[in-house]
Design a protein around this ligand. Structure first.
Ligand SMILES: *Cc1c(COP(=O)(O)O)cnc(C)c1O
Length: 386
């Protein structure tokens, strides 16, 4: 049996590798504290679980769901955008529910990047922008995010011949792994850039609600012109501690949504209706648990930042996301520091180079560790990083 060349070219998924190393260390009896995967440790709100329970008992939810999502869900999403961003979206042609946004992000290049065409991808970034492009036969062009530029891409530095072959620009704010945040003028420039170069702007807003210190993340769809050239991916995973539920959506330019719909009818058969009803409960129900979740992350962020500072590792507290993007000590690479922490402190972090070559020299700490284990982690760091 022979695997296809495209599978041979596909790197193993970063976290599949980390999971393997952790399982190995646990097998040796190590008491691991994992700051690796960004998978919320706090529970899904009770009223959302209850909505699922009730919906699952209704046989009407047991059949194939609609390809385009329940009209009630699309209306709830449109109301959310109106409330949250003052953006009007037509529920029928500007919103497509997704089986978690990883699914939509992976598939987008199939609809928008022809063989040999370029997708502009931030570096470091969530790995799926690049792997989706590669499997679609596209060419990733990495746009580096430097600390000196607050981890924002310099769009003006992209060579002209690359732009001529490009069809998609990926952005992600608050960013994973860099935790970078932007204000609306950044999106205004990006939309103008994409109009000028005939690009689809694909913005991943997975962390739009996880923000601190009074910062409120903008939507790219707030910007004039975005309705013609931009889509935004929005996930319930991090906002409502629902990573296991697999639900999110893509919203924006109807021409793009139409293409994604056509593609998806050929791939999956929608999201379990009971999960869609639970998503409506999440969007329309009480939001106090979201505020509590964010406050917990803020306290953890501060504790970890202080702990790192006392070891001489300065990280300014990010205004968004669930990550700290931490420069490694002198003399270490991302990999060597991650290995050092695993072997000496039984602490797992994600090596920055796994998010792209410009991630070299950093490791990512996720804040999805219980308060108690996080405090223990900080103690261990103090012991080994001296
Ligand atoms: C977690 C994450 C996702 C995946 O979201 P799902 O809806 O759970 O698939 C996408 N993008 C970024 C940047 C993420 O961190």
């Amino acid at each position: 049996m022979r695997t296809a060349a495209r599978i041979d070219r596909l790197p193993p998924y970063l976290f599949a590798e980390i999971d393997r190393k952790v399982a190995e260390a646990r097998g040796r009896g190590a008491d691991i504290i994992s700051f690796g995967v960004g998978d919320p440790d706090l529970p899904t709100p009770d009223h959302v679980v209850e909505a699922l329970r009730e919906a699952a008992l209704d046989p009407a939810t047991h059949r194939y769901p609609s390809y385009v999502g329940m009209p009630e869900l699309r209306s709830a999403i449109a109301s959310f955008y109106e409330r949250r961003f003052k953006v009007s979206l037509d529920p029928d042609n500007a919103i497509q529910p997704l089986v978690g946004i990883k699914e939509g992000i992976f598939h987008l290049p199939v609809a928008f990047v022809d063989q040999g065409q370029v997708a502009l991808i931030p570096d470091p970034a969530y790995p799926v922008y690049e792997t989706g492009t590669l499997l679609a036969g596209g060419v990733p062009h990495l746009v580096p995010l430097w600390a000196e530029n607050d981890f924002l891409p310099d769009l003006g530095s992209i060579p002209k011949d690359v732009l001529e072959r490009a069809s998609v620009l990926w952005l992600n704010f608050p960013g994973n792994p860099s935790a970078a945040t932007v204000e609306r003028p950044f999106f205004e420039d990006a939309v103008e850039f994409c109009m000028r170069h005939d690009l689809l702007l694909a913005h991943d807003a997975a962390y739009a609600e996880i923000t601190y210190d009074g910062y409120v993340a903008p939507s790219v769809l707030e910007v004039e012109g975005a309705e013609e050239c931009a889509v935004e991916f929005y996930s319930l995973s991090k906002t409502y501690n629902m990573t296991g539920w697999r639900i999110g959506w893509v919203a924006g330019a109807p021409v793009a949504i139409e293409a994604i719909k056509r593609l998806k009818t050929n791939i999956d058969s929608g999201i379990f209706d009971a999960v869609q009803r639970a998503a409506i409960a999440a969007l329309e129900g009480p939001q106090d648990q979201l505020r509590d979740t964010v406050e917990r992350y803020r306290a953890r962020r501060d504790l970890l930042c202080e702990g790192l500072a006392s070891m001489g590792i300065e990280v300014s507290p990010p205004r968004g996301s669930i990550y700290l993007w931490v420069p490694v000590p002198e003399g270490h690479t991302s990999e060597s520091f991650a290995t050092f922490l695993l072997e000496e402190a039984a602490i797992v972090v994600a090596p920055g180079n796994g998010y792209g070559p410009s991630g070299e020299g950093f490791v990512r700490f996720s804040l999805t560790v219980s308060d108690e284990r996080l405090a223990e982690g900080v103690e261990r760091l103090r012991r080994v990083v001296a």
